[in-house]
Ligand binder design. Sequence first.
Ligand code: SF4
Length: 301
Amino acid sequence: MSDLPFQSAVMPEALQLNSPLQFHCHPGISCFNACCQRADITLTPYDVLRLKRRLGLTSTEFIRQFTVPFQMDGDGLPGIKLKTDDNGACLQLAGAAGCSVYSDRPTVCRYYPLALLTLRKKDSAIAEERYSLVKEDHCQGHAAARTLSIAEYRAEQHCDEFDAKNRDWYQLVLKKKSAGPAVGRPPQLSLQFFFMASYDGDTFRRFVLSDNFRNTYTLPAEFYTEIEQDDEALLEFSYRFLRQVLFGERTIQEMADAWEQRVTQRQDVWEARRQIEIERRAAAEDDKYRADGNDDCGCAG
Ligand code: SF4
């Protein structure tokens, strides 16, 4: 299967929603599941949400058990793919029965044999969606006597719901990639935030609900109540947060005295560290004094 646009080796044929697609994949076809035997599935944030719910795991557990990391660009923008067995088969493949998570399968699996291309013309702020066709030798689906439009195929595969939940994320990945070297490599901390906010929703939720976050941003109490209970609302907020972290789009207001508060909170820690260092040096000095054979107090008597 192909990746999403940001890593696809497939050359775009720039098909549109009304372009015809001759294709049919079904359990009776001779190559059924062959594509899942050689799976290369890049995951989106909403894919992770659906799969971790389906498997009854936290996002952290899901990432550890079922994904592998990769870099989406030369700046190390972190991506994740579904883990496979040693032969390249997807771990969600349940033998002849096919995909064990079918109704929650990832976006890439839904689109196959299409690849979604999010493109932005030079000097345009608007990203457009196009599609390219992936034709692999083993796939018999292209020989099927069924033609439908790409719009109809997308509806059949329920791509809309996934795209709606991922669209803002596609846009920010595209913006990051098209910003080029002029913007420079984001700091390591920004890349870590990108990973957490994009994929590890349960850790991101704890971060947003922490006292430190609440004392830094001016968000209403209802916001925190919603974030505590609603995975989709958290996902939406994560994209907003990432735009602020990566591009400085300041839509989340900071407390006027957030920096001063942070300094005040840290002051105790800094003072404790200073005292520990003073005591460490004094002890080292005493040890040296004794080692030099100066056990006596040195008083005359
Ligand atoms: S998630 Fe399902 S459809 Fe996608 S590659 Fe794995 S087994 Fe195949």
